[in-house]
Design a protein around this ligand. Structure first.
Ligand SMILES: [Ca+2]
Ligand SMILES: [Ca+2]
Length: 293
């Protein structure tokens, strides 16, 4: 995953360098929405993807210890596509048995590629299965669903649509990013109340037309990107993994990252992950503010 994110960031960098070097006389629009770009996603390397009799595409297979007989069981990740190849749903199967199904969110955020990872998240000695799905736009958004395995496959962590956590000046969005002039922007989570001033680095905007820059510093619609990364780590050393999500806060285009939002998810008493902490960072990943949720 990290490799892919690097590719995404690299492309974004090229786009921004292009903007900075060529567009000094142009106005920057109020907000530049994520642009679709053909960034490579997992499993797109095969010229002839493997398909089963139903025409579903096999994306990945893993082996898990089988509870019943102690042998290993093969788990397949399959993709069902629509008439024009659009990804409709992903399923996890053991042979013909369907263990879990993930639907494409309504706004079709995911490309075909998806990948599996196994990890013992709750520390009970049994592996959980993690499914990553990828948006193909410049934001590099990634969704993650983690399943407890066994007789019943239960989702215990789900960012079904990472864009649900993004924000772009819409009143129903959870976050507000407001440039306040003087190379600063205020970031607020209207739901939790957490707020911080993000410092903007003047060096980033050298070469911009001075008039445009002043307009931009006061009025531009900065925005919050969806989740792009999940860090799985046992922060409090209790044997259960925490999941930390990362969202960039964007200045005028990718990858003008002016800050980051992180949510830490911890396992609740019911064995399902819930958000326990929120933190705002500046662009150098120095902590600005955090709060327990
Ligand atoms: Ca486990
Ligand atoms: Ca822990």
């Amino acid at each position: 995953m990290n490799k892919l994110l690097l590719i995404g960031a690299g492309l974004g960098l090229l786009i921004t360098v292009g903007l900075l070097s060529s567009g000094s006389g142009s106005m920057f629009p109020a907000a530049i929405p994520p642009v679709s770009a053909p960034i490579s996603v997992p499993d797109d390397g095969a010229a002839e993807p493997k398909r089963n009799e139903q025409g579903e595409r096999l994306l990945q297979s893993i082996t898990l210890p089988d509870e019943e007989n102690g042998a290993a069981a093969q788990i397949d990740l399959l993709l069902e596509q629509g008439a024009t190849g659009e990804p409709l749903r992903w399923s996890l199967r053991k042979g013909e048995a369907v263990l879990a199904v993930l639907e494409q969110p309504d706004d079709g955020v995911y490309g075909a590629g998806a990948s599996l990872e196994t990890k013992d998240l709750d520390g009970d000695g049994r592996l959980e299965v993690l499914v990553y799905r990828y948006n193909t736009g410049t934001s590099g958004a990634v969704g993650l669903t983690a399943f407890q395995t066994g007789v019943v496959w239960k989702p215990i962590f789900a960012v079904d649509n990472p864009f649900d956590y993004a924000a772009s000046d819409s009143p129903e969005d959870r976050f507000r990013v407001t440039p306040t002039g003087g190379f600063k922007a205020q970031l607020t989570d209207v739901q939790s109340g957490l707020t911080a001033m993000l410092p903007l680095d003047p060096k980033t905007y050298e070469g911009m037309d001075e008039q445009d820059l002043q307009k931009w510093l006061n009025h531009i619609g900065t925005w919050v990107d969806p989740m792009i990364e999940y860090t799985i780590t046992d922060l409090d050393q209790d044997g259960k993994q925490e999941i930390v999500t990362k969202q960039p806060v964007i200045g005028f285009s990718h990858p003008d990252w002016i800050g980051f939002i992180e949510f830490t998810f911890g396992l609740g008493e019911d064995g399902v992950y819930e958000p326990v902490k929120e933190a705002f960072y500046d662009k150098d990943h120095e902590l600005l503010k955090s709060m327990d949720l």
